[in-house]
Design a binder for this molecule. Sequence first.
Ligand code: GTP
Length: 391
Amino acid sequence: MNLDLRTMLVMISALNLLFSGLLALVELHADNIRGVRQWAIGCFCTGLGLSFAYTQLEPPGHPWALILGATFTLAGAGFQFNGIQLFKTRQCNPVIPWLLAGLTFLQSIWFVLFYPDIHSRTIINSILLCLINAASARALFVHIEQPLRTAYWFTALGFTVLTTMFLIEAIIIFLSPANTYGLYSQIPLNPVSFFTASMAQMSIAFGFVLMVNYRLTANHQKLASTDGLTGVMNRRSLEEESIRLLARCSRTDEVLSVMMIDVDHFKSINDRYGHQAGDEVLKRLAVVAQQSIRSNDYLARYGGEEFCILLPTTLEKDAWKLADRLRQSFAAMSIEFDGEVLCSTISIGIADTKHAGLEFASLIVAADKAMYRAKHDGRNRVIMYSVHARA
Ligand SMILES: Nc1nc2c(ncn2[C@@H]2O[C@H](COP(=O)(O)OP(=O)(O)OP(=O)(O)O)[C@@H](O)[C@H]2O)c(=O)[nH]1
């Protein structure tokens, strides 16, 4: 197969410029997702660098095209690395692309203008590209939740191919006799490395878009399953979770408890201190409740001033102890709002699968019954369905 270097170089530089435009468009609408701008700049620099390199395919190329081609390509790889760090919400060092560009610029000037040596120049460039691409691959080969992991690893694969390719290139050029390597020389290394780099660059750009897409999907899923005021799960996702947990209970004979929590006289808090003060009480209750439960329990805002907690592998009487601790912590709390100090209490009803059955609806009805019994008995207390509320 006779691969034409010029066509490949034109294609890959045009694709990189196109991807930079695409990523710039993605950036416009990817609110809160950091790093996309760096990737757009990175692709632009790489595209520009490769366009300069193109002019070298017909000797004699202009020395400044050589120098600028390498400089922009290295800067592009640096911007891509920084974009990954920002995407991962890590600190990034803005100096990295400039440092890589500066180093490449200086060594290229030296080995092009003052001491022409294509071998040393290409080896140094290949080593720098190998290192920065290895750093990008390393940053992406991490264990994170799916489906983002697929996108990370797909992109990391592109960087790994580039790393390996530049390493092999550096070794081959190092071992080859002087004056036998050139961008335009007819050696098998050039078409192979051009083709591999083109494929890798393309998969990296696709990988970036995939990463943004999966991050946006995850953000939307989180928004759809979270209560906007308190940040805990909403009723819909609690119901989804309950289906899974109750199916496990029926398979394994495990027990599950449900806790319904309702703020006492909440209407009068709203009426006396205002709706925002009421919101603050709900937020503080969510925080205390979250701190009181285990990592495998589920807290959700069930509606208005009502919260619900699912407690897997917990009997009613054990849930009672936890609920009473939560009731006491909340009652002891003073909530400052707008110069006023508010105190509030909660009533809690508890039911478990042993007494109320394996249907989510029947568990909620039972826990609600217990909670209304707590209200009826004077509020600020915890009632178990099996003991006091079963009629
Ligand atoms: N601030 C605020 N108030 C809410 C929210 N959702 C519901 N409410 C209010 O919560 C109040 C609930 O009042 P009620 O159902 O009468 O109950 P209560 O006053 O807590 O009385 P008991 O439950 O019997 O102790 C209503 O006034 C609702 O408007 C919310 O998100 N924020």
